[in-house]
Design a protein. Sequence first.
Length: 162
Amino acid sequence: MKKIHIFIFILLTCACSTRHENKIEVKKIETSTPDFTIALKFINDYTDYCNDLTDANIDSNWIYNNQLLTESFKNRYKALSDSAFKQDPELGLDADPIFDAQDYPDKGFVILKSDNNTGFVTVKGKNWKEFTVVIKVASQNGKWLVDGTGIINIPTDKQAKR
């Protein structure tokens, strides 16, 4: 009788372990699909920020403190800005690297298309349908963040055509 109890205990323990492993696998599958709403939130927040500017200068602290961006994005943005201001201290960048343009749709963006395999999403202007921006999202520490947009961390062949 004692052997039967031990056998049942071992059998139940194995069954519980198998179910636990399946739950872990399901969670991994769920987090592997890019969350493109992060890209849309960032580009629309950035549009609102730019609309509220009183002068043409972007306060880079807005970028550096943004929780939706990867460190890689912030570092590349800083490198681009520093290089541009070194070459031309008065003008700096001749276009906004996030929009990859001087002008932008001031009403914000909607998703045009996305690619779950690469993490690239293309957004188009709400009030300027021909204006598109390519954004890349990446998973870091279980969270989806913006890793590139415009010319920042976006390969030339993936950038929106201008």
